[in-house]
Design a protein around this ligand. Structure first.
Ligand SMILES: *[C@@H]1O[C@H](CO)[C@@H](O)[C@H](O)[C@H]1NC(C)=O
Length: 225
């Protein structure tokens, strides 16, 4: 191989590798506790003076052992997310935690986390879970029981459903971002403000415009706190 071709290959490979970093960046110091009052705008939060950092910056009395109310939720679930907004010490560390409570027959509806892969374990009950790949859309689904673990790859649409009519379920999930973000599909599509044109949605979903209007008239609540 000519040395110029070889050089070009190295440059292209280097470009590909540098562009593949799509998750939270790696820390360049032990910690960078979020300084939420800093006027500095950076990706994430500016660092608080390390001399002013204490153990409470890495702590939250979150009571994740306590069941959350699922009765008020139309979809029958309640997500308690502990991200950088709750624990400033998570800034730049690329991780967060959630507890999810499911009513009998409750679900955490199809959604994606644009910035995180999720690993979930069932603490109580049973969950039917799954994710769908990008085109072509293949479903990977599974029934999980207490102690089972499942992974939802970054950015892919996924859901959890409690199929048991008389028992609640509880899961704990870890996510690979200090701020995973959540896009609930139905809410984003039918509940955006201002709304997406019903001409667009009628064609996209292959239904009549009045079906879209009916969907857009529903109350699309968030099951995340
Ligand atoms: C989740 O549960 C908490 C406490 O149990 C309650 O205050 C909150 O309103 C619930 N959130 C939703 C979205 O139902």
């Amino acid at each position: 191989m000519a040395s110029s071709t070889c050089f070009l290959l190295v440059v292209v490979l280097a470009l590909i590798t540098s562009q593949a970093i799509a998750s939270d960046p790696s820390p360049l110091q032990d910690f960078c506790v979020a300084d939420k009052y800093s006027p500095v705008r950076v990706n994430g939060f500016a660092c608080k003076d390390p001399m002013a950092v204490n153990a409470d910056d890495f702590f939250k009395a979150a009571m994740l052992d306590k069941p959350r109310n699922t009765m008020m939720s139309k979809v029958g679930s309640n997500v308690t997310l502990i991200n950088v907004m709750q624990i400033p010490g998570l800034n730049t560390l690329g991780i967060s935690l959630a507890r999810i409570d499911y009513a009998p027959l409750g679900q955490n509806p199809p959604h994606t986390h644009p910035r995180a892969t999720e690993i979930l374990t069932v603490l109580e009950g049973t969950l039917y879970v799954g994710f769908v790949t990008s085109n072509p859309n293949k479903l990977f689904a599974k029934v999980l029981n207490k102690g089972d673990v499942f992974v939802f790859p970054q950015g892919l649409i996924h859901f959890q459903f409690n199929p048991i009519y008389d028992k609640p379920a509880v899961a704990i999930a870890a996510l690979s971002s200090q701020n995973p973000g959540a896009i609930t599909i139905a809410n984003a599509v039918f509940g955006s403000k201002p709304p997406i044109s019903d001409d667009v949605l009628a064609k996209a979903f292959q239904v009549e415009k009045r079906t879209i209007d009916w969907l857009q008239a529903q109350f699309w609540e968030n099951n995340h706190n």
